[in-house]
Design a binder for this molecule. Structure first.
Ligand code: GLC
Length: 559
């Protein structure tokens, strides 16, 4: 076994919940990591919104019947034995991936603080790929946590927290206090013999957009760290509590908003170039929802904490209702929108955002299967962006923003439209691609985002971890297995590219980096989760039954 450990780069191999044992586990037990000596303090997974309501932060809310799907239960039972088999016969790529991941570690004054975006020696253009990106570090962090190496994650969380405290300016304009950097760079000063840090909050980024997702990922990672190590002291420290409050203050502030979703500029997330995701992109809304739920589980009930808890609880109710109702599309809903009346006024309006049916793109009528559904890319006045975005939908499943029925439907869609959404390499970041005139107008003629490339319908192996987690949560690990097999056919041979191009994701991306760290870490996380589904608890939140499900359209959406 030690030989295996060495070869695979695994430092510790701890007792796993074997697949056969799992037969008598239920999902909630599965989601708790068996090996953790977690203090049995109630986490948010157990602390529901109604608890907060009972604590005085909100009026009591109605609860509704548990809709925990059979699918979720199947997650344990269906896990293929082949994945258990893999723990004895590790795929040679696993060892290679660990080596590559370790090579990407960045030290600051002797301590590991993150991983660089890409370790591509062949590439002449370094750009900012030699930096530690907050979003890119998430899969690396999960891999380290799953392997029992939490120190680098703790250092990263603390280092980024310090950076949050820096004054951030773009030209003469000062950014909000809570903004977390998109990335930071460690450079060595050979004269003073010390390491220095520089951070980018959007002031150097292409397009000069601040990363809205960084703060959310930071909170999500803090919870993952706490869940995995059982060390709640970090999250409870005054610094972390303050850091969370600063992030929350940015996105919970009241203004002109009429929607509970968060208004964003284009390019503020993983898709960090103009791609027509301005407005209320699902990618950000799902992360926002998840971060709010994670923060709720970690905020202390002190005077300042209480105020935020109350605001979060209210926002979660409104946000879940809004997204579950208005972002959701399936065959029935598409047909309803297709028949919408327009120019309705007042509270009785069915077509609340005045979406003109003629604006529905042709492709979606063929794409929509009879079974399945998903959260569309964006909803704002007279605008529904019907594109599919993988990250937003997977995060919606993991955070339980999607109801159990919606989660099942998203997985159905993925299975029904496998060729389009997965193809020959997992996973398409967005579908379909913008082409021709639309590409010119929406992307501003971006030569990197040509059709079926990069963010515009390109394929990003990093998404494999999110997809695998969603598959396990919805009881379909065999689908994840299929996707991992595809990745194993090519990833290592191709040098771990950042992205692939083409309708089927068959070609290495035009300008893709090689040895892209999150492609490597994403693969490792997917493998480890499939082997030991209890890891899922780190990045998954169970359904909160106190959150009201959307009112059934059939009852409320007919005039
Ligand atoms: C690109 C991606 C972005 C990623 C960065 C570093 O800019 O669009 O999502 O964080 O590269 O890998």
């Amino acid at each position: 076994m030690d030989g295996v450990r060495e070869r695979t780069g695994l430092r510790k191999v701890e007792s796993r919940a074997s697949i056969t044992e799992a037969d008598d586990l239920d999902l909630s037990r599965l989601l708790e990591r068996p090996r953790l000596k977690l203090e049995r303090k109630r986490s948010f997974d157990e602390r529901s919104l109604s608890d907060h309501a009972a604590a005085g932060s909100l009026q009591p809310v109605d609860s509704y019947e548990s809709m925990l799907s059979l699918g979720a239960m199947r997650s344990v039972l269906d896990t293929p034995t082949s994945s258990a088999h893999n723990s004895f016969e590790p795929h040679p790529m696993v060892a290679e991936a660990w080596d590559a991941l370790r090579r990407s570690i960045v030290l600051f004054r002797g301590h590991p603080v993150g991983t660089i975006a890409a370790y591509d020696h062949a590439s002449e253009e370094v750009l900012n790929y030699d930096q530690v990106f907050v979003r890119d570090f998430v899969p690396s962090a999960l891999a380290f946590l799953m392997n029992g190496e939490p120190d680098i994650v703790k250092n990263f969380l603390l280092k980024t927290l310090q950076l949050q405290g820096w004054e951030k300016k773009i030209d003469r304009f000062k950014l909000g206090e809570g903004v977390m950097p998109a990335s930071f760079k460690v450079s060595h000063d050979p004269i003073r013999k010390t390491d220095n840090l520089t951070a980018d909050f959007g002031e150097s980024a292409i397009g000069r957009v601040a990363p809205v997702d960084s703060g959310f990922w930071w909170i999500i990672l803090l919870r993952a760290y706490t869940k995995s190590t059982g060390d709640s002291a970090l999250a409870e420290s005054p610094e972390c509590q303050r850091g969370m409050r600063l992030i929350l203050a940015l996105c919970l502030s009241e203004g002109f908003d009429t929607f509970p979703t968060l208004l964003c500029a284009d390019g503020c997330s993983m898709i960090d170039r103009r791609m027509g995701i301005y407005g209320y992109p699902i990618e950000i809304q799902a992360l926002f929802f998840m971060a709010l739920r994670c923060a709720l589980s970690m905020l202390k009930q002190d005077a300042e904490g209480k105020e935020f808890i109350a605001r979060i609880v209210k926002r979660l109710h409104a946000l879940s209702y809004h997204i579950r109702s208005y972002f959701w599309i399936d065959f029935q809903q598409l047909n309803d929108i297709y028949r919408y009346k327009t120019e309705e006024y007042s509270h009785t309006a069915v077509n609340k955002f005045n979406v003109i049916p003629d604006s529905i793109p042709d492709w979606i009528f063929d794409f929509m299967p009879a079974r399945g559904g998903y959260f569309i890319g964006n909803v704002s006045p007279a605008r529904m962006d019907f594109r599919w975005f993988a990250l937003g939908n997977c995060v919606a499943i993991l955070s339980s923003l999607a109801t159990p029925e919606q989660s099942v439907a998203i997985m159905d869609l993925l299975e029904e439209r496998w060729d389009q959404l997965v193809g020959e390499m997992p996973l398409k970041i967005a579908y379909p691609a913008l082409e021709s005139h639309e590409w010119q107008i929406v992307t501003g003629c971006d030569p990197k985002n040509t059709r079926w490339s990069y963010h515009n319908g390109g394929t990003w192996p990093v998404l494999l971890w999110l997809f695998t987690a969603a598959c396990i949560k919805t009881g379909r690990p065999q689908i994840a297995r299929r996707a991992i097999d595809l990745a194993e056919n090519r990833l290592s041979k191709d040098g771990w590219p950042e992205y692939y191009d083409g309708k089927l994701g068959r070609y290495i991306g035009k300008q893709a980096r090689k040895f892209q760290t999150w492609s490597i870490a994403g693969y490792l996380v997917a493998k480890m989760m499939l082997e030991d589904p209890s890891h899922l608890g780190m990045i998954s939140l169970e359904e909160d039954k106190a959150m009201k499900p959307p009112i059934k359209r059939s009852a409320s959406w007919t005039i």
